[in-house]
Design a protein around this ligand. Structure first.
Ligand SMILES: Cc1cc2nc3c(=O)[nH]c(=O)nc-3n(C[C@H](O)[C@H](O)[C@H](O)COP(=O)(O)OP(=O)(O)OC[C@H]3O[C@@H](n4cnc5c(N)ncnc54)[C@H](O)[C@@H]3O)c2cc1C
Length: 391
């Protein structure tokens, strides 16, 4: 067993931050840890954006610069290159959300195609990503998920969604760049899952290129994984999965309660953790058929995966296993893993400031509500500040 507690090394964790960046990160997490402040700040920011008040500069120099790489791809290059100098790769995440028109879906698709081309040239970007709702209307996914009959225009619209997935996955295969597809709310996910499985059948014939996402806070996901594995073996294609716990727990539970059905979410954090670990173990036992991208800020989950790799005698940089964190969070995990030679990539969100606000608000709320997360970031930043003072 590999029991080294590598994540405590703050010198490695914050090696890219100068003293003033360290102070800024500390100040930001301190603010985020105050729940009423996040609530008021969110409401005030939403209002200011709607009222066209000039607050972009303020957002940019605070939350935006901490959690995002820039407003466009070129803007992110500095961050990408700096991280790569420490062995951490990037997944450029076009984080514009809530768009609803065909024109915007096509623009998002073109953006991802551009990133895949960019990735082919730049070693620091081995993986691309998109969100299902970036390529089609949420309510259309919902309707397809319910298996309702589509009207003729809706059929045409759904075919265009399929076309966007196909164009992106085809390009990913041609350029040998893995493509991750995020998972969203359970009531639209069934349609996305079916589509991604089709893409895996088509493009994962030689190795995993297309990766779906399994949200292990859903109690049905282990059964789904087993079923998909059976299908892949029969169909002779490889599986790729990003494993996460899941980001929409409150929304899921509230909707289930409102509509009177059993929530798809595990009944406790412990049950989610067990489910996540079970999927990690299963995937590690079947690495000849599948590859794993563990998207997590949970130290125990990372240690579990590291230990399983060691037990199986895998190299730390086995191409079938990746660790992933979000830019601006858990650098102590990303940079210490990279320092030990593991494959690590950080999602680097980018987009115009006002368009990435939903993403930024989720990060602020997550860091307020996930017990311990902000506390841990603050403790590590404090430790590093103290260490530097004693130099
Ligand atoms: C690279 C990357 C990609 C991601 N992609 C996606 C994605 O495509 N889709 C998506 O939904 N999320 C995605 N996430 C977000 C991910 O789901 C969150 O980071 C996650 O919710 C935080 O979990 P954690 O593993 O870091 O660990 P922890 O902080 O240990 O776990 C917190 C999580 O546990 C679960 N949980 C907490 N309390 C309970 C409870 N009472 N009952 C049941 N479960 C509970 C929730 O999922 C909660 O978010 C991604 C994260 C990363 C790092």
């Amino acid at each position: 067993m590999n029991t080294d507690l590598i994540f405590d090394n703050t010198e490695i964790a914050f090696s890219l931050k100068n003293d003033s960046e360290l102070e800024r990160a500390y100040f930001l997490f301190k603010m985020i840890s105050i729940e009423p402040l996040v609530k008021i700040g969110t409401a005030a920011t939403n209002f200011a954006i709607k009222a066209h008040l000039p607050i972009e500069g303020l957002i940019r120099s605070t939350v935006f610069d901490h959690f995002c790489g820039g407003v466009n791809e070129a803007d992110c290059l500095n961050v990408i290159e700096k991280m790569h100098s420490k062995g951490v790769s990037s997944v450029l995440d076009y984080s514009v959300e809530g768009k609803e028109s065909e024109k915007e879906f096509d623009a998002a698709k073109d953006k991802i195609l551009g990133i895949i081309d960019f990735a082919k040239e730049i070693e620091a970007i081995p993986i691309a990503v998109f969100k299902p709702s970036g390529f089609g209307r949420f309510s259309l996914y919902e309707k397809v998920s319910r298996e309702d009959i589509l009207t003729e225009p809706e059929n045409g619209e759904w075919n265009r969604v399929i076309g966007r997935y196909d164009e992106v996955c085809k390009k990913a295969k041609e350029n040998d760049v893995a493509i991750l597809i995020d998972a969203e709310e359970s009531w639209m996910q069934h349609a996305a899952d079916r589509l991604v499985t089709e893409m895996m059948q088509k493009y994962n014939t030689e190795k995993p290129i297309v990766y779906n996402t399994l949200q292990m806070y859903r109690h049905d996901r282990m059964a789904f994984l087993l079923e998909e594995h059976k299908k892949a073996k029969e169909g002779k294609y490889f599986l790729g999965y990003k494993l996460v716990r899941g980001a929409y727990m409150e929304k899921e539970n509230d909707r289930a309660e409102d509509k009177g059905y059993v929530s798809p979410i595990c009944t406790s954090k412990f049950a989610t953790d067990e489910n996540f670990n079970k999927a990690v173990r299963y995937m590690m036992d079947h690495l000849d058929d599948m590859s794993l991208f563990a998207g997590t800020h949970n130290e125990d989950s990372c240690y579990l995966l590291m230990n399983l790799m060691a037990e199986k005698g895998l190299l730390n940089n086995d191409p079938r296993v990746w660790f992933g964190q979000l830019y601006g969070m858990s650098d102590h995990i990303s940079f210490n893993l990279a320092n030990k030679g593991y494959n690590v990539a950080k999602y680097v969100p980018f987009g115009p400031v006002k368009d990435v606000m939903p993403y930024l608000i989720r990060r602020a709320e997550e860091n307020t509500s996930v017990a311990g997360q902000t506390g841990r970031e603050l403790a590590l930043l404090t430790k590093e500040k103290k260490r530097r003072k004693t130099l």
